[in-house]
Design a protein around this ligand. Structure first.
Ligand SMILES: [Zn+2]
Length: 117
């Protein structure tokens, strides 16, 4: 899974997305920022929340497949006609809903006060 980057806002106004564990030297003012000042357990907590959303989305897909495949294979092949409707529901309702939640978690991510080195 891609780890969410950390946005560092420099005191001079520059900002940059940096991977956790990396350091960044501001091009404009030369201050050096180190994301390792963030406690690992707090960053891990954020990762866990993001991952839970992904697991939920996968679980929803797995349930849909687990329901549809026996219906098509055992009950009637006509249930395959429902697949486009399910896919549409997935695309237009579930996916945007999931993305909104995912973004909300990302936005509500904790803010850390770093100190230039
Ligand atoms: Zn700067």
């Amino acid at each position: 899974m891609r780890r969410p980057p950390i946005t560092i806002k420099c005191e001079c106004g520059e900002s940059r997305d940096v991977a956790y564990g990396d350091r960044w030297r501001c091009e404009r003012c030369g201050r050096s920022w180190n994301t390792q000042q963030i406690p690992a357990e707090e960053y891990d907590g954020l990762l866990r929340r993001m991952r839970r959303h992904q697991v939920e989305a996968l679980a929803a897909a797995a349930i849909a497949i687990a329901v549809m495949v026996p219906l098509i294979a055992v009950v009637s092949a006509r249930f395959i006609l429902l697949t486009p409707a399910l896919l549409a529901a997935w695309l237009f309702f579930l996916l945007p809903y999931w993305r909104r939640r995912y973004r909300r978690t990302a936005r509500s991510a904790p803010r850390w006060e770093l100190h230039p080195e």
